[in-house]
Design a protein around this ligand. Sequence first.
Ligand SMILES: C[S@@+](CC[C@H](N)C(=O)[O-])C[C@H]1O[C@@H](n2cnc3c(N)ncnc32)[C@H](O)[C@@H]1O
Length: 262
Amino acid sequence: MPVFPRLVALYERRGYEITTGLFPPHFGNWRDVAFTWLLRDGQASTRNLGIAQQELYFLECLLAGWRPPNIFIIGNSFGWSTLALALMSPRSRVIAIDACFTADTNAGMVLTNLIAQEERLNARALRGVSPRDVPQMVSEQLGGAIDLALIDGNHTNASAIEDFQAVKPFLRPGAIVLFHDVQTFNLFDAMKEVVRMSGWSGQLLLGTPSGMVALFDRKALPPGVQETLKAYAPTSGAIKALQADLARRKEEAAARKAKAGA
Ligand SMILES: C[S@@+](CC[C@H](N)C(=O)[O-])C[C@H]1O[C@@H](n2cnc3c(N)ncnc32)[C@H](O)[C@@H]1O
């Protein structure tokens, strides 16, 4: 069975409700409705949302032909991406860290580890602040090697660079680093910097709702990964064509309105 319904069931069996992938135009163009919400007794249990449903499918595609032994995540919240990756790639060791600055992320960490333990998933969430605690966590928990990193902690340019600097010494050849929310939080300055620091390629994935960026070494791409990245990265020509179409529609609508008012 695909991972999404299994993942939802993990939370539902413990009394939670999940909503994810809702379509913003149906909710007054509320951006965050597309991401993953954890609810209990009719109330949101956290403000730190999980990755969107489309992003889950992106990860599932990415991992269809590639089994990275070690996965490291900065930003666990309630464990949505942590448990998702553990379900998608059962032979991988998944370690997530979270600063747990708030009560909801603390509770989210307890829930993540409870589910991982009860379901016998190879995943663990640990309290730790990036960049400070990354070297120790990666050394102790992953033997000092990372094959896939998901950076989804504090969404500023400075933090994205610091998070990358923290994981960089541990990246194995062929590793991929995913940055969540690059488009949403305008983290493009950080992306220029991490590309410069690594000498690798950065690919914006506009097919993911948060506008993720994948950073990778073109000469060492794991099997199937290039096809997945390409599928989630519409060409600039396609984007320009859609933007021109949108501008035309707006002009036509304005002209119709002006005519009706005349
Ligand atoms: C958007 S949430 C992560 C969502 C998660 N990746 C998922 O999809 O399920 C961001 C998390 O990053 C954590 N965080 C923020 N700054 C951090 C830091 N410097 N080190 C570790 N965690 C941090 C927050 O506590 C929050 O839980």
